[in-house]
Write a protein that binds this ligand. Sequence first.
Ligand code: ADE
Length: 225
Amino acid sequence: MRIDIITCLPSLLESFFAASILKRAQDKQLVTVQLHDLRAYAINKHRQVDDYAFGGGAGMVLMIEPIAKCIRALQEKQAYDEIIYMTPDGELFTQKQANSLSLKKNLIILCGHYKGVDDRVRQHFVTREISIGDYVLSGGELAAAVVADAVIRLIPGVLSDETSALTDSFQDNLLAPPVYTRPAEFEGMKVPEVLLSGHEANIEKWRSEQSLERTKKRRPDLLQY
Ligand code: ADE
């Protein structure tokens, strides 16, 4: 998989993709993440990428020319399955969307900034608009990092334990069961007996029950469809 992220603030994302699981995924060549500084595609010597909104109002708007130039330069090298725009008025990001994006080959993620992008970008270039929640961030970079992280960890081979992504919360619309590690007892607080029993079927049954119990208590909305 290849993910190209277009942003005016690549430095915000550099360290994020250079660490931990995401770095390992790139080292193993399971994914390539490339950051593209929108300013490199600016149309004038002032490296301008935003301008005042037509009709007035506070806030700057990202211009269509640098974005179009950057997207077209990328499309000359490879075709893209989706051009995603991160925006608070997009479709709410869920595990289901992460699963579906993890099956794609090449993705572009465009980060908005200021008041957003010229709407013609959304109408003519963008194929999917994603929000990570009902709140407004100062830019799309953190949201792009969230989406890329959720997607990359689902690519087979990225997690060392292949099955662990399948048992995450939200897969099957259920929250994950509680987990414990050593010691089996800490200051009188004991790990549930069944987990120490070595009886796989009973452990599986306990985990399913706990998952359901947790979901009912914390996120009953997940059980409603
Ligand atoms: N950009 C600003 N806020 C955002 C949000 N909640 N989700 C996605 N992109 C955003």
